[in-house]
Design a protein around this ligand. Structure first.
Ligand code: DGJ
Length: 487
């Protein structure tokens, strides 16, 4: 009996010991897996708002540095380069495969987090929070007149300005500027997962200003069509890049714009007229100029009253220049000039300086920014030469992407013959209504080349520079018309 109970006790002891050992081993494995799955050093910043979650998709093509693996981020946390050292056990054989998979997952997660962090940082830099706005409704003397490119810009009622892809018309008689642009104040839709982002047609806004800084909303100069599905202005279409010029003969303000359908296959231009700068404009219709596809476009009125239309054509591979009829309401079908062939440029913005015509263009990368180029010609229908990238200042990446924007207009100033304002859009495809305005000084910097001798025929154009500024103001006297200065 005693021997039996001794045996039982010994067996029980063994049993207890092995249970203890196994549960210890079990705990060790559990702890290791837990640590691998939930490392304490991994933190992800909370996204600031819903759409910021899309930040990695904001400009996927232009942030290659954010898209590549960043192994240094992982190794600095000692997770990849310094795996835990321990005495191999029998259990390792069973769990090592699981642990390796989990480690890889954690590494991928850490990399994702690092990318997301960097993207959020950049996003906050490019699209500062709305509390940092340029605010035309506030009478803050020390801030009045200062442009902060990229900040939300508020009108005199404190509402964010909705005038994208726009242009400015100066009415000398009343010394008033009118800013026309796309009202993108609605939700952004994506046709497909990788399709172009778009907002419904919500009309063309008009703002007025005396100082180019304080803007009053004058209403929709061109209203959208909400019922008639056959109208170009129907909600589901595309109306972009409106520009307005004044016709002295007809006494009409004439608006030209890019008209398209949601998949950009209509590729036409539209025209509307009004007897007042603020509208309402009557829509006259659309057409394909010179029977060619036409997407990004602008118009330009010369000093002698001749007006031109400039548009991207042949699926954006070249630009076309044509003259407008005397009433500016149509395109003259003959005599169209093809320029910058196979150069794939869009977003043309034309200006004139000392009898030379200049044009700033962008590359064609959808809503993503790319490098600007400036071109020059001795006549609108002449041959155009590419002078190069006009962006100056900021860092290399900023310059290479036109300060993360795309041009839309170059505005002459009444009192400063050698300074213009470059108007551009910093598009936000994840939420187009929050796209920002980049207004920067554009200067004419003197001859590109100096002839050694008068007999040499050197190009007459000047260097053009668009200067990056975080904060800037127009110099005094910019608004006093030059002819008044001479009196
Ligand atoms: C670039 C153009 O410049 C914009 O006006 C707009 O049409 C986008 N493409 C659409 O992707």
């Amino acid at each position: 009996m005693i021997t039996m109970s001794h045996r039982l006790l010994r067996t029980c002891n063994k049993c207890w010991l092995s249970t203890l050992l196994w549960s210890l081993a079990g705990w060790l494995v559990f702890l290791q897996i837990y640590h691998t799955l939930f490392p304490s050093s991994t933190h992800l910043p909370e996204p600031q708002d819903v759409w910021q979650k899309e930040s990695l998709n904001l400009f996927p093509d232009v942030y290659p540095d954010m898209m590549v693996d960043r192994p240094e981020m992982v190794s600095s946390q000692g997770k990849v380069d310094h795996p835990m050292k321990k005495v191999p056990t029998k259990l390792d054989a069973n769990v090592s495969g699981v642990i390796a998979t989990l480690r890889n997952k954690t590494r991928e997660r850490a990399e994702e987090e690092a990318k997301e962090k960097a993207a959020l940082k950049k996003l906050a830099l490019l699209f500062p929070g709305s509390e940092l706005s340029i605010d035309g409704s506030k009478n803050n003397i020390s801030e009045k007149g200062f442009y902060y490119p990229g900040r939300v810009w508020r009108d005199v009622d404190g509402k964010p300005i909705q005038a994208h892809g726009g242009g400015v018309l100066y009415v000398a008689e009343t010394r008033t500027f009118y800013w026309y642009g796309e009202n993108k104040g609605g939700p952004t839709y994506h046709l497909s997962k990788r399709g172009t982002a778009r907002v419904d047609v919500l009309g063309i806004s008009c703002y007025s200003s005396k100082d180019l800084w304080t803007w009053k909303f004058e209403g929709l100069a061109l209203k959208p069509e909400k019922k008639d599905k056959s109208s170009d202005l129907y909600l589901t279409n595309v109306v972009e890049r409106p520009k307005v010029i004044y016709n002295e003969r007809t006494k009409h303000y004439v608006m030209w714009m890019h008209i398209d359908n949601a998949n950009y296959s209509k590729a036409a231009v539209g025209v509307a007229i009004s007897t007042q700068p603020e509208g309402p404009f009557d829509y006259l219709g659309s057409k394909r100029p010179h029977s060619c596809d036409s997407r990004d476009m602008t118009i330009f009125k010369d000093d002698n009253g001749d007006a031109y239309i400039i548009y991207s054509s042949q699926t954006n591979s070249e630009l076309h220049i044509g003259t407008l009829t005397e009433d500016y309401m149509d395109v003259v079908e003959r005599g169209m000039k093809r320029i910058l062939i196979k150069q794939h440029r869009e977003a043309p913005a034309v200006f004139k300086h000392q009898n030379i015509y200049y044009m700033v263009t962008s590359g064609c990368t959808g809503w993503n920014p790319n490098s600007a180029e400036v071109h020059a010609a001795e006549s609108m229908m002449g041959s155009w030469e590419t002078l190069g990238d006009p962006c100056v200042g900021g860092d290399e990446e900023f310059r290479a992407f036109t300060f993360f924007s795309q041009g839309s207009f170059v505005l002459p100033l009444p009192g400063l013959p050698n300074i213009f304002i470059f108007l551009a859009d910093r598009w936000r495809p994840a939420n187009l209504r929050d796209s920002r305005y980049i207004w920067l000084p554009l200067t004419m910097d003197g001859p590109v080349d100096q002839p050694l001798d008068k007999s040499f025929k050197f190009p007459p154009w000047q260097r053009v520079s668009i200067h990056w500024q975080n904060r800037w103001k127009l110099p005094p006297g910019w608004d006093i018309p030059q002819r008044w200065r001479l009196l």
